[in-house]
Design a protein around this ligand. Structure first.
Ligand code: ADP
Length: 245
């Protein structure tokens, strides 16, 4: 059996007896781009919280590249290669686009040494290539504060990638974006999926259709079904959950 990048076995997370996740099983191959959908309260955020170590399983386990993450602190899990992007962009507004990326690429150094020491040529190449990938080369020297919301989302995704994670967790990257910005974020995630494993949580079904090869539907803390977007959209149980019929 080939090793999975992520394997979640029989995962239950209880908050004061309420099961936010309930005997959930999930696995993902290296290099997959997986989209997770589900109505409000389905357990999507808790699912990401457990993978990153913010919340501990009550029962069950999470294996990342075969390694059990149980009781591991968040920073150690991040160092193992899991990066998370939250819904709202968290960029440094007063730094330029390039400085934001430099800083992310040098996470383990302090702010002053990474901003004022001369970067190595390999780091410079990595940042240039990232600027190209996120489509912000022309804005490299502008303060991040001047970017549109969509550009900030792309910058933050770039900052995540600069930390070289194997698995990217991306939470609602297109909430509040225009159609054009949504499409750009979709293209970026598809480009990154060439070399990364990615989990995206998303509500915008048009966007899910743009990027998804395989979709997992969560409902009441468990996996309701998995498959292509067409399979999922035509599944009577999914229709029932979304339309409440
Ligand atoms: P989603 O992201 O799919 O909307 P969540 O993972 O945020 O779902 O929440 C799943 C369920 O768990 C919800 O009913 C929510 O109220 C509950 N929940 C989440 N976090 C906590 C917590 N820290 N304490 C108590 N209940 C929680």
């Amino acid at each position: 059996m080939t090793q999975k990048i992520l394997e979640i076995q029989n995962l239950t997370v209880s908050f004061d007896g309420f099961k936010a996740l309930n005997q959930l099983n999930f696995s993902m191959e290296f290099g997959e781009l997986r989209v997770i959908i589900g109505p409000n309260g389905a357990g999507k955020t808790t699912f990401l919280d457990v993978i990153t170590g913010k919340v501990q399983p009550t029962v069950g386990r999470v294996l990342f590249k075969g390694r059990n993450l149980q009781k591991m602190p968040e920073h150690k899990i991040a160092r193992l290669g899991i990066g998370r992007k939250f819904q709202t962009p968290r960029v440094y507004q007063n730094l330029t686009v390039k400085e934001n990326l430099d800083l992310a690429a040098n996470q383990n150094k302090n702010v002053f040494s990474s901003l004022f020491s001369r970067p190595r040529a390999s780091e410079q190449r990595q940042v240039s290539s990232l600027l190209e990938t996120i489509g912000l080369m022309a804005k490299a020297d502008l303060p991040a504060a001047l970017l549109s919301h969509g550009e900030k989302q792309r910058l933050e995704i770039g900052m995540l990638v600069a930390q070289s994670p194997d698995l990217l967790l991306v939470d609602e990257p297109v909430a509040g974006l225009t159609d054009e910005e949504t499409e750009n974020v979709g293209k970026l995630l598809l480009a990154l999926a060439e070399s990364h494993s990615i989990i995206v949580i998303e509500h915008d079904m048009e966007f899910v259709r743009q990027i998804a090869r395989k979709v997992t539907v969560l409902h009441q803390g468990s996996v309701l079904c998995e498959g292509s977007m067409d399979d999922v959209q035509n599944n009577p149980r999914v229709i029932e959950v979304y339309l409440g019929t």
